[in-house]
Design a protein around this ligand. Structure first.
Ligand SMILES: C[S@@+](CC[C@H](N)C(=O)[O-])C[C@H]1O[C@@H](n2cnc3c(N)ncnc32)[C@H](O)[C@@H]1O
Length: 245
């Protein structure tokens, strides 16, 4: 079973409010995932194929902002994974991840940390680092710095793969957010109006997507030798990119 490397909360009572916020937000996140509004059914088979076809031999896997690891676990089964390392700021999510990871036939580690800190000074270089729907919360210079740290961390012959909100070329953030809003309100039928408002408020206040060209450019500026688009979600709101060391 994975050992969770915990960081103590700064003040008393922090854990309880964290748990309350987590429950409210996570129930909605689960509803969105379970109804495949973020297209995990398309994403995970492509990642599984990439790991089998493009990564030579056994590999160590770093899952940045792993959440409850529910989607990634099935993707990693049947690959040559030798070590899984998940990082997340949410302890409740890591506790759920701990249970999910029991099916993996390899050593696992869960770390309660900010991913920007976790990528610095790791004792073992991962062969593959993965970001699912979390890198887009950071502004462009911060994304570049983080990708630079990830590039330095990954082993030779390794890869960095992301699945993130992506603007169409020539689309600005406001147009993207309006497109997201219109699409979600017409197709996320499993959500109540209150849940839709909560989800879309989060997207409007937190999401900082890049254009496809800029995601590729950021990889180049971070020192990766090659970046390619692996998948475009049917809604054209999200894309997957792979970068090689
Ligand atoms: C949208 S969920 C994605 C979870 C998972 N990667 C997936 O694809 O299902 C975002 C996750 O990022 C975590 N998170 C947000 N900011 C973080 C940070 N700075 N460091 C570590 N985890 C972070 C949250 O706790 C949450 O579990």
């Amino acid at each position: 079973m994975a050992d969770i490397h915990k960081h103590e909360p700064a003040e008393g009572g922090g854990e309880r409010s964290e748990l309350e916020i987590f429950r409210r937000q996570w129930d909605l996140y689960r509803k969105i995932i379970d109804n495949d509004y973020f297209h995990g059914a398309d994403v995970y088979p492509v990642l599984n194929r990439y790991l089998k076809e493009e990564i030579q031999g056994p590999f160590r896997f770093l899952d940045l902002a792993c959440g409850d690891a529910s989607g990634i676990v099935g993707t990693l089964k049947g690959t040559q994974i030798t070590h899984y390392h998940g990082v997340d700021l949410s302890l409740p999510a890591l506790e759920l991840a701990e249970r999910q990871l029991q099916v993996l036939p390899c050593a696992t580690k869960l770390e309660h940390a900010d991913f920007t800190d976790a990528v610095k000074g790791q004792a073992h270089a991962p062969d593959v680092a993965w970001f699912g729907l979390s890198l887009h919360h950071i502004a462009t210079p911060g994304k570049r710095d983080l990708m630079c740290d990830i590039r330095k961390l990954i082993a030779a012959e390794g890869a960095f793969v992301i699945y993130e909100p992506t603007l169409r070329d020539n689309e600005d953030l406001l147009a993207y957010l309006d497109r997201f809003d219109t699409l979600a309100r017409s197709t996320w039928t499993a959500c109540t109006p209150e849940e839709l408002d909560m989800a879309l408020e989060h997207v409007r206040s937190c999401d900082l997507p890049e254009t496809g060209s800029d995601w590729i450019r950021l990889g180049r500026e971070a020192g990766f030798s090659k970046g390619e688009e692996l998948l475009r979600a049917p809604t054209d709101l999200f894309r997957m990119f792979a970068y090689r060391v």
